[in-house]
Design a protein around this ligand. Structure first.
Ligand SMILES: NC(=O)c1ccc[n+]([C@@H]2O[C@H](COP(=O)([O-])OP(=O)(O)OC[C@H]3O[C@@H](n4cnc5c(N)ncnc54)[C@H](OP(=O)(O)O)[C@@H]3O)[C@@H](O)[C@H]2O)c1
Length: 243
């Protein structure tokens, strides 16, 4: 392990991201950089070796982050991108075609698809030079086209399916420039977070994971998964999800 090795969580204000940072900082493997729109929510999980960075995710802010990491010759060991929305101000998951709206689709795709890809694009020079980066981008099982037997949730499903496709492109490109890099699109299970809160009524207690449990599963899968140049699309048990 190099002296400059680093774990990074982006979207670190998410319930899953915060729990992962707690998990990692307890183990103290290497320094952690936690990137979020607001670092206030990270105050409680900021002991030990966690450095926080407030970021508005603009092109300029992501470029500045990449420059900072390049200047310190950062060796990214693990990178987890958590950002994702299911609903927000003025939009809800669509149940039928007549609820599909351009403004909502644009919003959901911007945060769930374009933003993680902009992050990877900005960080790609650092990822290329890192020894063996393991990268997880939070996708969702409902982004699986093959597994979609229910329909609905047009924007969320579509944004995660598009994310998976673009991640696969990134994994194939990364194979050429850094064969040791491993990328996965990850489904954390149904986790008790603000994102899932309005939709938990039909989920049994046994299938609703705490953020801490979800973080432990993510840590295990991220550290152990194997993939040769391709994108892994895995769930919290490390099981492949059909595309
Ligand atoms: N909870 C579940 O059951 C479940 C199931 C499947 C997949 N997932 C996926 O897991 C990931 C984490 O979700 P969570 O459940 O932990 O949700 P959460 O606590 O509600 O976190 C929301 C995340 O989305 C980001 N975000 C929200 N609005 C944003 C905006 N306007 N611009 C940029 N970023 C924004 C936040 O970024 P900041 O940290 O910068 O605030 C945060 O990282 C998501 O990608 C979600 O799709 C969750």
């Amino acid at each position: 392990m190099s002296d400059n090795s680093l774990d990074i969580v982006i979207g670190a204000g998410s319930a899953i991201g915060r729990a992962l940072i707690e998990n990692w900082s307890r183990k103290g493997a290497q320094p952690i950089l936690a990137v979020a729109r607001s670092v206030d929510s990270l105050a409680a999980v900021e002991p030990l070796r966690v450095q926080t960075l407030q970021c508005d995710y603009s092109e300029a802010a992501l470029a500045a982050l990449a420059t900072q990491l390049q200047e310190q010759s950062a060796d990214i060991r693990r990178l987890v991108i958590c950002n994702g929305v299911l609903q927000g101000e003025g939009y809800r998951p669509e149940r039928a075609l007549n609820q599909v709206k351009t403004s909502a689709m644009e919003r959901v795709f911007e945060i769930n698809t374009f933003l993680p890809m902009r992050m990877l694009a900005s960080l790609s020079p650092v990822l290329k030079r890192s020894a063996a980066p393991r990268i997880a981008v939070l996708s969702a099982r409902v982004g699986s086209i093959g597994d979609n037997g229910l329909g609905g949730w047009y924007s969320y499903r579509g944004s995660k399916a598009a994310l998976n496709m673009m991640l696969r492109c990134a994994a194939l490109e990364m194979r050429r420039v850094n064969p040791a890099a491993k990328i996965m699109a990850y489904h954390p299970g149904t986790v008790d977070t603000p994102l899932s809160q309005p939709f938990q009524a039909s989920v049994s207690a046994a299938k609703l994971f705490s953020p801490a449990r979800a973080a432990a599963a993510l840590d295990k899968v991220l550290n152990g998964f194997e993939v040769e140049g391709d994108l892994a699309y895995l769930d919290w048990q490390g099981q492949p999800i059909p595309w």
